[in-house]
Design a protein around this ligand. Structure first.
Ligand SMILES: NC(=O)c1ccc[n+]([C@@H]2O[C@H](COP(=O)([O-])OP(=O)(O)OC[C@H]3O[C@@H](n4cnc5c(N)ncnc54)[C@H](OP(=O)(O)O)[C@@H]3O)[C@@H](O)[C@H]2O)c1
Length: 273
């Protein structure tokens, strides 16, 4: 029977982290450690040569934290409270089903999946609480939840431009997809009815240098233009949002399976912090 008791302050969760040697995962671990969350285990991809590598996760030190690859994940999850993952989206195909099998709630960040992945993700959501946001920054949450939901004046054409570092595997970015989706959803007004349907939302991607993330929303008529720009100045913003999601999920203390949104978790705690 699902536990739906009201949340009360709980002990910190024991976390299994995937992608701890990557940029986002490392940043998440640093925040988790500052908040005294015990790292129960970590999932590696590339094998470790010797006991120390140049990019060991921040928690690997005197007390050796167990690690495993996807094959060993079930063992690693024994005794864990939460799975937090910052690996590329496609890597979750081998990881998340094992997490669901173990019945552990999950907070996931990877991007790069497409519509073909919907079916297996739906099966995961039937088994565990899952937060999987393509962008954990507070600014993008506010933009999609509070700004782009408002109907557009008639006659505006819409587009999204995204710029990221050359190493980013997926394009367009998961965030650009969400922004385009928000612009596509019902933004028509009464005056629009009877007018030709608006053109599809155009999305453009650029991969240059080490850009952490730029997203622009273009709204234009032949006479005027609105351009909204979100720029990531510090990648830690994603890790902070992920930590906020993980904390809210843990404090919610509700093991009922289902998809949770960051906005939903925050609104249950009184709104975007
Ligand atoms: N949702 C958001 O807000 C958000 C924000 C930023 C980034 N992201 C996404 O998060 C993902 C990671 O980004 P990043 O910048 O941290 O990348 P990164 O620095 O390249 O790190 C990737 C990490 O994933 C691990 N990994 C790769 N393939 C794996 C596999 N098959 N199985 C297990 N682990 C695997 C790597 O492990 P090893 O070290 O063992 O090789 C590495 O630790 C990307 O998809 C990115 O687009 C999402």
């Amino acid at each position: 029977m699902p536990n739906t008791e009201p949340a009360s302050p709980r002990r910190p969760p024991r976390v299994v982290i995937a992608g701890a040697r990557g940029r986002l995962g490392r940043s998440f671990c640093e925040i988790a450690l500052r908040n005294h969350w015990p790292i129960h285990g970590w999932v590696h991809h590339r094998p470790t040569v010797g006991s120390v590598r140049p990019e060991t996760p921040p928690f690997v030190g005197a007390d050796s934290v167990p690690s495993a690859d996807a094959e060993g994940l079930a063992d690693l999850l024994r005794g864990a409270d939460l799975y937090v993952s910052a690996v590329p989206g496609p890597a979750e195909r081998a990881l998340l089903p094992r997490v669901a099998q173990a019945g552990i709630p999950a907070v996931v960040a990877g991007t790069g999946l497409d519509d073909r992945d919907t079916e297996w993700i739906d099966r995961i959501v039937e088994r565990i609480p899952l937060v999987w946001e393509p962008n954990y920054s507070i600014g993008i949450q506010w933009l999609t939840q509070c700004v782009l939901r408002r109907p557009l004046p008639p006659g505006f054409d819409r587009g999204v431009v995204e710029v990221h570092h050359r190493g980013k595997a997926d394009r367009p970015s998961g965030t650009a997809r969400i922004l385009a989706q928000s612009l596509r959803s019902d933004t028509t007004t009464a005056e629009d009815r009877g007018r030709p349907s608006p053109a599809p939302v155009d999305v453009a991607s650029l991969r240059v240098a080490d850009v952490a993330g730029v997203h622009q929303v273009w709204l234009t008529t032949p006479e005027e233009m609105i351009r909204i720009e979100h720029v990531v100045l510090d990648r830690a913003v994603f890790a902070r949002g992920m930590f906020a999601a993980a904390s809210a999920l843990w404090e919610q203390n509700d093991s009922t399976p289902g998809r949770r949104s960051l906005a939903g978790l925050w609104s249950a705690r009184g709104g975007i912090p």
